[in-house]
Ligand binder design. Sequence first.
Ligand code: M6R
Length: 593
Amino acid sequence: MCGIVGFIGNKNAKEVILNGLSRLEYRGYDSAGLSLFNSRYRVFDVFKDEGRVQKLIDSTKESQFSNIGIGHTRWATHGKVNKENSHPHYSQTRRFIIVHNGVIENYQQLKDQYLKNSSFVSETDTEVIAQLIETFSQTLNVETAITTTLKLLHGSYALLILDSNDPEKIYAAKYKSPLIIGKGDAGITIASDLMALVGYSTDYHALDDKTFIVARPDNIRLFNLNNESLDFHFKPIELDDSDTTKGEYAHFMMKEVHEQPSVVRRILTNYFDKDASLIKPEIIDQIKSSDRIFILAAGTSMHAGLIGKQMIEKMSSIPVEVHIASEFAYHQPLLSKKPFFILVTQSGETADLRACLVNIKDQNYPILTITNVPTSTLAREASYALELFAGPEIAVASTKAYVAQVTVLSLLAYELSSKNIDIKKELSIAATSIENFLASENIREHVRNLLTRRNCFFIGRGLDYFVGLEAALKLKEISYIQTEGFAAGELKHGTIALIEDKTPVIAIISDPKINGNTRSNLKEVQARGASTLIISTRDLAYPDDDVILDPVHPLLTPLITVVPTQLIAYYAALERSYDIDKPRNLAKSVTVE
Ligand code: M6R
């Protein structure tokens, strides 16, 4: 969940690393640090502290030119958020300096077994790695000391390592956590995310697990952990600055909300050649031959999975179960005879999902990963992958990835069905409906009047209920208002006890079958003092409804009803002056279990 960037080449490493870290800050923002070579004293200086990358930029203003360096932004796992626990960490003599993304599960055991005589300055698992390399380097050459250390680690790591005795090299290694190598005229950049490479590299290679590289300014070599040489597979980087900057928007979240119509259209372009679907027939055949689909995901992606279940079951009649990844990983339910697994994940790096993937693979079941990052671990390790084409999602609160996930799931449902709807036309209508809403919304005003309490409820039935779950997650994660998404009919079975004067209750109504029922539930909470806001589609709207959306195909309503709820969250956080793109305690991709 941390961001790491290293550079070696013919430019000032500080510039490349600080730019990269700023772009990766969404991966973790508890602390930031950097190590650069000080040619005067022939040592690597380390600058680090708790706080954001901007603080690091300020504190390194005076540092001198170095063509080599490594940097890190942290999401704390082991040890408090403080300077000592910030990366880079170093070995006892300060010979080895490292940054790490991941978790070393057996760090205490390694400490007890190999490092009884070493003294530690931090509470982190990472420091153990630096100390082990130093210990082994007393009898082995550096590369072997590193691979010997790597073989002892249980858990996950993306690592960059500097050796003060040889300041012309960066060592990098990975297992389970992502690491990308970029090359360009300026030199070699190594980072946990492609975005850090934009502007400095033209081509990238995504490192495989249990491989490591040795990078020099003019040469880079790839090995497995037995020191056997491997080949690189570089591909061109297709991102540009517009993917990594906010453009005209104050926050990435708002930019990403506004990108949603074009994301839906981009998916159509990428998934169809005229009217022919580009989803591999093999995937469809394999799903059709299964007797049950299991969708596994976390957070927002799990909410998209719930919508996917409804779409697939209604269109194709294949039964679907949706499970929270962290639960499924250790409490696997009874499976059907021929299950097919779909992992839904924006980042493709979620550790809870990887734990599921490992179990499912052991049982030899087919897996499809639906992800925004085709180079990600979960895309590469699954039997099949489908890309979301949402473009990089930088705000921690997921918006356009959810819309992309629902869109791709609708295409999959369509391909599994007898195809009696015009899915391309219906999705285009949905894109226009989102666009029309965004062009004339006045959500901020509603938010000011409505969200005056410390709690809030979203209610709905069927697909609207699932959107309510997503709406509640969005509101709580960025505005810190305690919010619950509730099946409208379930409220009166207990939770209605929490309704008091001015408690906000937001209803989503897009299904004619339940319009009357949900409106009765609204009356019940209004009678008890709740302040209500109603989001409906025009075909079902009552004159006093607050947000009225252009109607779309009944199975695609989540694509449009979710959008006002994203803005409710956005404006609630804005009104409270919170950091919208980087909410407290969170990070974009959750690479620890
Ligand atoms: O990358 P993933 O889609 O696997 O991430 C899953 C969740 O961590 C993620 O959806 C999270 O809930 C969102 N940040 C919420 O906005």
